[in-house]
Design a protein around this ligand. Sequence first.
Ligand code: KDG
Ligand code: MG
Length: 412
Amino acid sequence: MRIDKAEVIVTSPDRNFVTLKLTTDDGLTGLGDATLNGRELAVVAYLKEHLVPLLLGRDAHRIEDTWQFLYRSAYWRRGPVTMAAIAAVDTALWDLKGKAAGMPVYQLLGGASREGLLAYGHASGRTIKELFDSIRAHRELGYRAIRIQAGVPGLNAIYGIASNDTFEANEGVRYDHEPAQRGALPAEEDWDTRAYLRHLPGVFEAVRSEFGPELPLLHDAHHRLTPVQAARLGKDLEPYDLFWLEDVTPAENQEALRLVRRHTTTPLAIGEVFNTVWDYQQIVREQLVDYVRSAVTHTGGITHLKKILDYASQYQIKSGMHGPTDISPVGMAAAMHLGLAVHNFGIQEYMMHGERTDRVFEQSFTWTDGHLHPGDEPGLGVGLDLDEAGKYPYITAYLPFNRLADGTVHDW
Ligand code: KDG
Ligand code: MG
């Protein structure tokens, strides 16, 4: 089974996606997600200019060897662009191996460790009333775990709070199919950490008294706090029994989490911007977090993320794979196969894709009672309709950024 053809497909149905499609000499095709939100074309160039020529003629069965070859032979290791490109190759090779074997990928990874994957969605609101509406709408969609993001009085625009347009377009479900905004320049938002820290515990108090103690609740701080601010937030949220508090401090400094951990028992999650096991070395060894947030798409594929999860499992740390809409249906399927197979699955983030995206990518996963299952099609169980994909050319889009009241660019 040799790789005969390698194509990079860019499409923008509800948002931009980059997909690698490998075709073998015996006619099988495999797909890999290479979408890097806001920097998509850098990965396209990396794949087209540097990896595709290396792949042609290779034995598609040699997944580990191909991974090591692409990673080590480059000399320049790690980084989101490199690791998203390698992830796409790796994922497409697992898809091919599954099709060649006539088995879903999770079977090749050891078989199912559970019946389905508990998933959480994103409820948000600028006010408590909007937030409650959003939580109710998510429960009606079947979600059994919910991330809570809330507006802060005095701040105009905060990342993760869906806009009015989004609210209306999606009939009350505050889903942002395009968390990056289409446009030539990134949008500017505002931020005030003290106002946020004062406001958030009251939001969780209100949510717990309305929805009771059972519902698993999560929150994402989007890397905006110093260690001591994060420690305080973790303590203040302890009465509300969070499933996790995510990305409290900027991800570069792993030591920051020591201080946070010393002061709070609120479970911590981090890692959606990490790319390799080395980013996790210290925080896993010192048990500074409870969940690792890496996606297959941004962490070198199924092969490498499985190694991270196996390492984490030695320290009772579980998976919490990143699954916003910028993870394509191919990346989501890869996450579901891996999550079903590993023992230390924790929870899966799942923001539903838009209808146009679902027409471009034919999918076979199921969503039952708040749980995902990748289905039993051979490989990943995702197809790509090239005619549909061709209708939606790439559109420049950036994630927003934020400034403090005095104009300083703040962490994100
Ligand atoms: O591309 C980045 C976004 O998808 C990310 O900011 C979303 O933080 C996020 C999350 O937890 O899904
Ligand atoms: Mg996040």
